[in-house]
Structure formats: structure tokens, C-alpha cells
Design a binder for this molecule. Structure first.
Ligand SMILES: [Zn+2]
Length: 259
């Protein structure tokens, strides 16, 4: 079991329902402006980045998500998660208003966000570690602690929102922000359970895109090395649908075993 990371100060936590995300930094809003800049080694930014899910647009007053990047970039989002829709009527130099509990717009419920309907869920207390065999990303997903591997080149602003969804067993898609001094870029890429890492990052990436031969390699590994027929089946079916003979054989064997 991997070590559970400390949640202190880095978490973006989901509401129980309704799609709200609550930021662990919320207490700091009692003493705006935010505490002095701290260095951020991972992103080489100069300030502590965070997401405030309870901000309001200073122009129209609608609820928005306010994101501050490690480079002090300020972005208002209508919603967090892919495709990261930016709020149209703000200029990014302004500060968000604090949530006023009694204002009419604060009482208006936010709609169920599109990302939730599409299966994305926040990865909470996210942490990224460089390691010899790729980049590890850990966090709480649903009610479980998760560790996934992500492409080494991906720079994740872990104090910003990180969302993840299941693609197939052991295979995930993540979306997050990657900030530079020029702004916040939205990123979307695949991630996978370290148990299948020895299949190879390139093969897994191709399998995530639905490539039949790569799917067969992943499926065969899960079936024969991890001895996990149920989780192998979706991969073998992709390969079998494309007519890969080995996949059809394996599926026939699985059919016999479950008969
Ligand atoms: Zn607005």
C-alpha cells in the first residue's frame, strides 16, 4: 500500500452532492488578501495557487470558480473540468467578491456541472511525485485512496482542480490545469494503475485511445499476469471486435471458464 499523503493545505474537496467543490483554503478568505507568496518548487511559480469555488463574478454577480495560478494568473471559470469554460464577462485583473450568504445569486443553486454528468470526479488531496519509472499522482477518488501513473512530461498544478474518470479497468483519464507565466492551459491525458505499468506507457496510451492491438496487449497482461478475467474482458472485447485472433481465443477461453 502506498503511503497516504498529507491532506494539509492542498485539498480541493467535493461537496456531498450538487457538484460543489470546497477548497481547504476557504478559511484563509477571512483575512484577504491571501497570505504572502510562497515558492512552489513543482511549478516554479511564485505564489500559492488555489481554487475558490464560491467566488462571484465582479461584473454580473453570477457564481464562478476563481483560480489563481502559481504565477499569479487569475482566471474565472463557469465550471471546472473539461473543457474548462472560462467566464466571459470578467477581466482577469479583478478580485472575486466573497460569497455573501444573503445575496440572491448566492442562494441560487448551481446547476449540476457538466463534468459530473460525464463521469468526472475530483481527485482530492492530489500530489504528484517524479519517480524513476514515470510520474506518480496520488489522491482520494470517490471514497478510496488512489495512485496512478501519468506521463512524465505532464506538469500538474496540484493546488488547482484535478479531475479523473474511469475509462476501463486500471485505466483513467485526468484533466487539470498546467500554468505558465502566460496563463493556465487546460490539459487532458490518460493515467493508469501502476499494476499495469510494465505493459509500457506507450502501449497503454494507445490502448486508452482504443487501438485494438494495444488493447490486446493490456488485456492479455491483465488476464494472464494479474489473473483478473473480469477486468481483462473490456480490453479483449475491443481487440476481438477488430478481429484480432488471439483476443478471440482468449475470449473463447473466458467463455468456457464462466460457462
Ligand atoms: Zn460575469
Amino acid at each position: 500500500m502506498p503511503e497516504s499523503p498529507s491532506a494539509a493545505g492542498t485539498a480541493v474537496r467535493p461537496g456531498v452532492d450538487g457538484g460543489a467543490i470546497v477548497d481547504s483554503h476557504c478559511h484563509a478568505w477571512e483575512r484577504w488578501p491571501y497570505p504572502p507568496p510562497v515558492p512552489d518548487e513543482d511549478s516554479r511559480g511564485t505564489v500559492e495557487s488555489y481554487l475558490n469555488p464560491n467566488a462571484h463574478c465582479p461584473v454580473c454577480g453570477k457564481p464562478v470558480y476563481f483560480y489563481r495560478s502559481p504565477f499569479d494568473g487569475r482566471v474565472f471559470f463557469d465550471d471546472v473540468g473539461w473543457p474548462w469554460p472560462k467566464h466571459g464577462c470578467t477581466d482577469n485583473g479583478r478580485q472575486p467578491r466573497r460569497l455573501m450568504r444573503d445575496s440572491p445569486e448566492a442562494r441560487a443553486p448551481r446547476l449540476v456541472p457538466q463534468w459530473r454528468l460525464e463521469g468526472w470526479r475530483p481527485l482530492l488531496s492530489a500530489r504528484a511525485y517524479a519517480s524513476a519509472d514515470g510520474q506518480r499522482l496520488t489522491g482520494d477518488f470517490g471514497d478510496r485512496f488512489f495512485e496512478v501513473r501519468v506521463g512524465r512530461a505532464e506538469k500538474i498544478d496540484i493546488n488547482g482542480p484535478v479531475l479523473m474518470r474511469v475509462v476501463r479497468p486500471y485505466l483513467f483519464e485526468i484533466t487539470f490545469l498546467h500554468s505558465t507565466p502566460r496563463g493556465a492551459q487546460e490539459r487532458r491525458t490518460s493515467a493508469f494503475n501502476p499494476k499495469i505499468a510494465s505493459v509500457g506507457e506507450d502501449v497503454i496510451t494507445q490502448a486508452a485511445l482504443g487501438d485494438p492491438a494495444a488493447s490486446y496487449q493490456v488485456g492479455a497482461f491483465i488476464l494472464w499476469k494479474l489473473d483478473d478475467p473480469e477486468r481483462a474482458r473490456p480490453y479483449l472485447e475491443i481487440a476481438g471486435d477488430a478481429g484480432l485472433f488471439d483476443a478471440l481465443i482468449d475470449l473463447a477461453v473466458l467463455g468456457l471458464l464462466s460457462a
